[in-house]
Design a protein around this ligand. Structure first.
Ligand code: NAD
Length: 487
């Protein structure tokens, strides 16, 4: 199946000579071909979005909201179909895919409240005879560039809120998972969204760079790896555009001696091996404080991994862990484990992987040291590194050596340990006895350091600020104006 860009409500055939393969990662089979666009497709999409902005941005806010309400209804109705599509092109299990879709729908739910979210403020008599009013207004054509790991949720962090706020949008989904994005666009159109308000352009770096430099684009939202996040932020902001760019991560799960064992084990497995470790909030470092704790968790995790099933996620609803996204990722992750073992890490557990598809056996590395690259760099696969600090202070100091600042969790029964952790960790999203402390749509996704470039984060209240700008109106209507009319 050859896919198309979606511009001005219609498939856009660009006659491109370059195509990419889209795989079912569970089987390693090609399921579609995606056109790799460039500056011409970006220009067509931005022009269409610019035309649509003229009418969409001035539509009464409740009428925009009513399209969002209908979109939410359609997404709920098609949630299972969307989850199966996510599983097919991304490889995550159906349960995980349902979560991906559900988290996206939560943003649409939040965006339905656009009237309340974008209300301004007023202060009568701010000065003698002068009243002040603020209003939040849309900013224009917004662009979104998204990664492969959440084909539904991450695009939906961006476009529903941007569009609800009165902007129009050009999405460049990951070329590895274009099918879900196209289906999300079709459903939005079926909900009554006018043509040109939401456009999809496929491709890679050429499309990204064209979006970041096109004079018709007002704002760029990016989610992906840190290197590309920094590139996008630098390029877009140099053109005077607003930019929010969320990057990669290295998230630590810190287990204290007094952690509750059963829920902690479930949280570690879900965080580190759920979505085959391909979450920006995946726990990829396990710290057991004190030798006895570390020894015990090496045993708990290794035996749980021995029971983890790896299976074709597109055929088996109950699969335990899916594959990684493609052959390149598979080779890279296996290479990271081999290099870590060669650098002195102790291979505590390495599971077998099925022959077909892009599976990687779940792996636990013990005695990982902070100077090793497996500690410092994002692996983005089912690999957990066990680090053995003696004290909470040492654990926190070691964590704070990481360049990233996305997420970290502590598992403990001690309020004092939890408080020290939440006050001292240099990181934006923290969990206390929670394995994946990803905020729901009501809150912004708050990465720090090399995990985020920009100012206002995606979704939640900061998302609303990002997609709107403030106008302040001061008016003086003193009685002299009435008297001048002779009334
Ligand atoms: P990626 O950086 O390779 O790709 C992201 C997007 O950028 C894609 O649309 C891709 O086409 C484009 N791109 C890739 N290379 C480019 C280049 N050189 N120049 C311009 N554009 C380029 O990321 P990925 O592999 O798709 O996704 C995994 C990464 O995303 C991980 O690092 C993960 O931590 C991160 N991520 C972060 C968050 C967050 O909220 N911080 C959420 C999800 C994923």
């Amino acid at each position: 199946m050859n896919l198309s860009h979606l511009i001005d409500g219609k498939p856009f055939e660009s006659g491109t000579a370059r195509w990419g393969d889209v795989f079912n990662p569970s089987r390693g089979e090609v399921i579609a071909r995606v056109p790799m666009g460039g500056a011409a497709e970006v220009d067509a999409a931005v022009q269409a979005a610019g035309r649509a902005f003229r009418t969409w941005s001035v539509l009464p806010v409740p009428r925009r909201a009513s399209v969002l309400f209908e979109y939410k209804r359609l997404l709920e109705q098609h949630a299972d179909e969307l989850a199966r599509l996510v599983t097919r092109e991304n490889g995550k299990t159906l349960d995980e895919a349902r979560g991906d879709v559900r988290r996206g729908i939560e943003v649409v739910d939040f965006a339905c409240g656009v009237a309340q979210l974008t209300k301004g403020e007023s202060l009568p008599q701010v000065a003698e005879q002068i009243d002040a009013v603020t209003m939040r207004e849309p900013i224009g054509v917004c662009a979104g560039i998204t990664p492969f790991n959440f084909p539904a949720m991450v695009p939906m962090w961006m476009f529903p809120l941007a569009i609800a706020c009165g902007n129009t949008f050009v999405l460049k989904p990951s070329e590895k998972v274009p099918l879900t994005a196209l289906r999300l666009a079709e459903l939005f159109s079926a909900a009554g969204l006018p043509p040109g308000v939401f456009n999809v352009v496929h491709g890679g770096r050429e499309v990204v760079d064209a979006l970041c430099t096109h004079p018709g684009v007002a704002a760029v939202s990016f989610v992906g790896s840190s290197g590309v996040a920094k590139h996008v932020y630098t390029l877009a902001s140099a053109q005077g555009k607003r930019c929010q760019a969320a990057g990669g991560a290295k998230n630590v799960l810190l287990v204290m001696p007094d952690a509750e064992p059963d829920s902690t084990l479930r949280a570690i497995l879900g965080s580190s091996f759920g979505c085959a470790g391909q979450r920006c909030m995946a726990g990829s470092v396990l710290m057991g404080v004190g030798r006895k704790t570390a020894d015990a968790w090496r045993e708990h995790v290794s035996s749980a991994l021995a029971g983890l099933k790896l299976d074709d996620t597109s055929a088996n609803d109950a699969a335990g862990m899916g594959p990684v996204i493609d052959r390149v990722a598979q080779k890279r992750v296996v290479g990271v484990v081999d290099a870590a073992a060669a650098a002195g890490a102790d291979l505590a557990y390495r599971g077998a992987a099925p022959e077909r598809g892009f599976f990687v056996g779940p792996t636990l590395l013990d005695r990982v040291e902070p100077q090793m690259s497996v500690f410092q760099e994002e692996v983005f696969g089912p690999v957990l590194s066990l680090v053995r600090p003696e004290t909470l202070d040492e654990a926190i100091a070691t964590m704070n050596r990481l360049s990233f600042g996305n997420g970290a969790s502590i598992f403990t029964s001690s309020g004092a340990a939890a408080r020290q952790f939440t006050r001292e960790i240099q990181c934006g999203m923290l969990g206390i006895n929670v394995g994946v402390p990803a905020p729901m749509a009501l809150f912004s996704f708050s990465g720090w350091n090399a995990s985020f470039y920009g100012d206002l984060h995606v979704q939640g209240a900061e998302g609303v600020l990002f997609y709107t700008r403030q106008r302040v109106v001061l008016s003086r209507w003193d009685k002299g104006y009435v008297r001048a009319q002779g009334w």
